[in-house]
Design a protein around this ligand. Sequence first.
Ligand SMILES: Cc1cc2nc3c(=O)[nH]c(=O)nc-3n(C[C@H](O)[C@H](O)[C@H](O)COP(=O)(O)O)c2cc1C
Length: 359
Amino acid sequence: MIINLFDLEKKFPKNLTKDIEGYYSSGARDEITLKRNRDVFNNWEILPKFLRDVSKIDTTISILDEKIESPILLAPVAMQQMAHKDGEIATAKAAKKFNTIMTHSTIANYGIDQVGPLHDKLFFQLYFSKDREFTKQMLLNCKKNSYKAIVFTVDAPRLGTREADERNSFKMPKELKLGNFLGTKFENFEKIETYEGSSMAAHSDHLFDPSLTFDAIGWIKEISELPVLVKGILRPDDAQKAISYGADGIIISNHGGRQLDTAVPTLKQIEPIRNQVGKDATLIVDGGIRRGTDILKCIALGADAVQVGRPLLWGLNHDGQKGVELVLDLLNKELIETMILTGCKNIGEISRDLVLFNE
Ligand SMILES: Cc1cc2nc3c(=O)[nH]c(=O)nc-3n(C[C@H](O)[C@H](O)[C@H](O)COP(=O)(O)O)c2cc1C
């Protein structure tokens, strides 16, 4: 019986090799951040309010003017076809059915031209490449395909080492393609055979540009003519700087504990970052969100919305599009229950005084 996201996690993986499972599930090095992302939710307790007419609950919100069903978004997750043959196509259809935003990864199996037409609430996650012309063409293609924003991932000047991938010599299966790289020099991910460990790490060394600075934000905006959310920020000063360079919002993230191990868990940074950037900047958070109560805590501390990464893979692997829909439904039902039990009729009523820090 599947009644929560952990039930889906227990069923994961279905028909996946050890190296694919390792790629999807692991974190960087000792996986301290991966674990802490979840543990910190237990440091916060909820102070519920009662007698507030919670007979009708409205979970809708707007993110960058897109009205969506609930503050639960689908985070960018690379190579989804390894989890299910329909990959990003299934995820985009699930996002459309539920009416939420999916962020489509640069390192997707299905590319912008294939996923773009499926949903009108897509963001595109950008790994800014060393090859500016390639980056430019991807951004122009996003604009052409009516993507609504660019999510600029900044926490990966190089790939963090996931030791499972090194040990397993992780490689994407040869029969899969990377849709956004077809016909470019980045196409041949699976053919990097000379490297001993993770071929993902080798490919990223080839692709990622470690020389980037905050100026890149303005360049992305100028080329794409789309709003930009900067993903991977963990410090209030970096958040402020990103906004001052033109970012429309911040995604507080440590990449699900996959980049710098022992980096701070994301929940801890929501309030300081919100206080720094003010009320107008869009603030989304990810990392370890698995329960409706987690979402309430994030919003009470200042986030506008949350997003999930691994749970979408568990759903996708379990049952394709339907599995991703199940993830969104389960989480939203828990959010509604939490709102009823805390006296919140709508997302705007989730206030700071609902949560209390407990050391
Ligand atoms: C298998 C996997 C692949 C990911 N690929 C990307 C990616 O291509 N781009 C990106 O910005 N973040 C990527 N992320 C990070 C997610 O967007 C998100 O920050 C993280 O998964 C949130 O944590 P959670 O998995 O605990 O929900 C990936 C995460 C996982 C687990």
